[in-house]
Design a protein around this ligand. Structure first.
Ligand SMILES: [Zn+2]
Length: 309
C-alpha cells in the first residue's frame, strides 16, 4: 500500500506539564491557566495537528540555564519561598516547587523548538514560553527563567557565527533580552511595545514605543514599514518570534486595541516574511491575559499548520 507522508508546515512543542497551576493571587488572576492545553486540544480536535506529531520536551537542565543565568541566582530559585518572592506571589506558594518546574519544562520546550528549527530549517512553535523579562541574576514580570536567551546561547555555541534576530511583539518591552544583548553584534532585538511599560531606555537595537491608544492600523503599518527593513539589513540566520497576544483589545492587562483579525494579520505577516526568506524560526507564546487570549495563538497556529485563517 502506498503511503504518502506530507512534510508538516510547522512543528509544535507541548507538554501536559505546561500548567501554571498557582492558586490565584491578585497579580496573577487574569492569566488563563488552561490556555496552552486549550490551544493544543482545539488544534488536535480540528485536525490541524496530529497528537502523535507533538514534540514533548523535558525540563531545561541546570547546565543549560547556566548559559544565561548566574550560579547564585540558580541556587536561589531552588528555594520555593525565594521564587514566590521573585514572582511577587502570595505566601501560600512558599512551599511549591511546582512553580520552578513549570518554568523549567516550558523553557525546555523552547530549547527543543530551537533544536528542531535549526536542524531542519523549520518553523517550530512552543505552546508557551517567551519569558523575556528574566535577567541573568533576577526575575521580573512573572518571568523566572529566560527561555529565549537560554536557547539562543545554547545554539550559538553549537553554530558559531549564527546571527539571531528576536522579533518581540509582546505588549511589554522584553527588558531581559534587550539589556543582555544590547552590545552583542550577533543578536538583534526588534521590539514593538507599549510605552507605558518601559523598563529600560534605548537598549534595544530597534525599540519602538507605542502610545496607549495605538490603533491596529497604526500598529500594523509600523510593523510593515520597519520589520522587513531591519531583517534585510541584519540578515539573520535564525529568528525567535515572541508572539505575545496581549496587544489584543480583549486582553485584561494591556490597553491596546488590536482586533482578533489584526493580530492574525500581524502574525501572518511575520510568518510569511520568514518563510519567504526560508529561515528557521522558533515561535513562543509570550504574554496574553483573560479568557479570550488563547484564540490569538490558536488562529496563528491554524494558519501555520494548514495555511488557513
Ligand atoms: Zn506581555
Amino acid at each position: 500500500m502506498l503511503k504518502i507522508f506530507r512534510r508538516p508546515r510547522a512543528w509544535v512543542v507541548f507538554s501536559y506539564e505546561y500548567f501554571y497551576g498557582i492558586p490565584e493571587s491578585d497579580s496573577r488572576k487574569t492569566f488563563d491557566v488552561m490556555k496552552y492545553k486549550k490551544i493544543r486540544d482545539h488544534l488536535v480536535a480540528g485536525n490541524y495537528l496530529h497528537r502523535k506529531k507533538i514534540l514533548i520536551p523535558e525540563m531545561v537542565s541546570y547546565d543549560d540555564m547556566r548559559l544565561f543565568h548566574t550560579n547564585e541566582y540558580l541556587k536561589q530559585i531552588q528555594v520555593p519561598s525565594h521564587v514566590s518572592r521573585f514572582l511577587k506571589l502570595g505566601y501560600m506558594n512558599d512551599w511549591d516547587v511546582y512553580i520552578l518546574e513549570y518554568f523549567r519544562i516550558v523553557s525546555g520546550g523552547t530549547l527543543m523548538a530551537a533544536k528542531h528549527a535549526l536542524l531542519g530549517n523549520r518553523v517550530v512553535f512552543n505552546l508557551g514560553g517567551g519569558f523575556h523579562h528574566a535577567h541573568p541574576d533576577h526575575a521580573a514580570g512573572f518571568c523566572l527563567i529566560n527561555d529565549v536567551a537560554i536557547a539562543i546561547q545554547k545554539y550559538r555555541s553549537l553554530k558559531p557565527g549564527l546571527k539571531t534576530m528576536i522579533i518581540d511583539l509582546d505588549y511589554h518591552q522584553g527588558d531581559g533580552n534587550l539589556v543582555f544583548y544590547k552590545d552583542d553584534p550577533d543578536v538583534f532585538t526588534f521590539s514593538l511595545h507599549a510605552q507605558s511599560w518601559i523598563e529600560t531606555q534605548n537598549e534595544s537595537n530597534l525599540d519602538i514605543n507605542l502610545p496607549p491608544d495605538c490603533s491596529g492600523e497604526q500598529y500594523l503599518s509600523i510593523l510593515r514599514e520597519e520589520l522587513p527593513k531591519v531583517c534585510n539589513d541584519f540578515a539573520p540566520g535564525f529568528i525567535v518570534y515572541i508572539a505575545g497576544s496581549d496587544p489584543y483589545e480583549k486582553d485584561t492587562l494591556g490597553d491596546m486595541n488590536l482586533s482578533r483579525e489584526q493580530l492574525f494579520e500581524r502574525n501572518r505577516f511575520v510568518l510569511d516574511m520568514v518563510r519567504k526568506k526560508k529561515l528557521p524560526m522558533v515561535v513562543v507564546a509570550g504574554g496574553g491575559y483573560g479568557p479570550d487570549s488563547w484564540e490569538i495563538y490558536y488562529d496563528f497556529l491554524r494558519y501555520a499548520l494548514r495555511g488557513k485563517a
